[in-house]
Design a protein around this ligand. Structure first.
Ligand code: FCB
Length: 375
């Protein structure tokens, strides 16, 4: 993998860009389902302000930026790619290269083009081929530029899918996010199609860009048993397998590194009750502030014998810990992990800017930089 340690921040298109009106999240927002009534448009208006936002990243010493390409922008209908939107991401890449910032490109970060959600979304096996066509287009369009910028010696980093397990749980089991299903069969189908889509994308990217390093951004939590008894121990192991391991193991032979999104610890009680450590719930997401969990997860990942890039780490502002403090603690655990010989190649803080926190809207703030949405 690359020479320099990647150090920067992460964002995703729908959360920061504004104006993404051709995807399923926009439709979800239109039906009044965002808790604080806010909207992803214009959010931080990153679509127009990406250059000054990248200056902000540079200003805090970042050398890498994880961002996503919005599929529904570059392929708004099944039969057509939009050259204008493809050019937009050319400009974003130019702005990164000009600043010496290494891009890490996410290809799917929760949103789906409407024309795909209308045919059943990820439960439909056709999504696998459609995803392949989209990924092919991305590498055909940007491959040469990316190759040139790395002199064909440094890696080109990709995340195919952001947090498939989170997407599947929230979208297919608890009806919290689009497509708001509660269907084990739908979940299993979507799980299989997403893992196939990842593997297909992995092949497509490598064929075009032999220097590419491809992974998923995998959400992992520390899952400790609530009580120290046999049943809670078993429950914690079962849930750990479902949440932390099942998708990762499914795609494990097609990963060049492990992209890790780490946020918190949860407790598990028999039969399968999952909750934050009582008394330690923090902020809207009820995430216990538990940065040492990062070290615990990194130690576990040694098993896979792959380099790791921390693709997200962060805490909402209302958790009552200043972002810079939480960042500092994370870095300390990261250094500890590296001193133990764990092969970590990068760290991305979530997030550079406050942004549209999905169903929780704009009022939940995760940014190192605060955004004044009125101006
Ligand atoms: C992660 C998501 C990211 C953001 C953070 C707070 O699960 O990948 O988009 O919402 O949580």
């Amino acid at each position: 993998m690359g020479k320099a340690f990647l150090y920067g921040c992460a964002t995703s298109a729908h959360q920061v860009e504004g104006g993404n009106i051709n995807n399923d999240w926009w439709e979800f927002e239109q039906s009044g389902l965002i808790f604080d009534g806010s909207s992803s448009n214009p959010s931080c208006d990153h679509y127009h302000r990406y250059a000054s936002d990248l200056d902000l990243l540079k200003g805090i010493g970042g050398n890498a930026y994880r961002f996503s390409i919005e599929w529904s922008r570059i392929q708004p209908v099944s039969s057509e790619f939009s050259q204008e939107e493809i050019d937009h991401y050319h400009q974003v890449l130019d702005a990164l290269i000009k600043r010496g910032i290494t891009p890490l490109i996410t290809l799917h970060h929760f949103t789906n083009p409407l024309w795909l959600s209308k045919i059943g979304g990820w439960a439909n096996p056709k999504l696998v081929d459609y995803f392949g066509q989209y990924v092919q287009k991305v590498v055909d369009e940007y491959g040469e530029k990316l190759n040139r910028s790395t002199g064909q010696t440094e890696p080109i980093y990709f995340v195919t899918l952001n947090e498939p397990s989170v997407y599947l749980l929230l979208g297919y089991l608890i009806e919290y996010w689009p497509p708001q299903k509660k269907s084990l069969i739908g979940l299993i189908k979507a799980f299989r199609n997403m893992s196939r889509a990842h593997k297909l994308a992995y092949e497509i990217i490598h064929k075009k860009l032999p220097n590419a390093k491809v992974s998923i951004a995998h959400h992992m939590s520390v899952l400790d048993p609530w009580r120290n008894n046999g049943l809670d121990n078993i429950a914690a192991k079962v849930y750990d397998w479902l949440w932390n391991q099942s998708f990762l193991n499914q795609v494990g032979d097609k990963l060049d590194y492990i992209g890790l999104n780490y946020y918190t610890r949860q407790r598990v009680a028999f039969p399968l009750k999952v909750f934050p450590t009582p008394g330690k719930e923090a902020g809207f997401a009820q995430w216990e502030i538990y940065p040492e969990g990062l070290l615990r997860i990194l130690r576990r990942l040694k098993l896979y014998k792959l380099p790791v890039i921390i693709t997200e780490y962060g805490m909402p502002q209302e958790a009552n810990i200043a972002p810079e403090k939480y960042l500092e603690q994370g870095i300390a655990y990261l250094k500890q992990a590296m001193s133990e010989g764990i092969d970590v190649r990068g760290f991305f803080y979530w997030s550079l800017l406050d942004n549209f926190e999905w169903r929780e809207g704009l009022s939940k703030r995760f940014g190192l930089y605060e955004v004044d949405y009125e101006n």
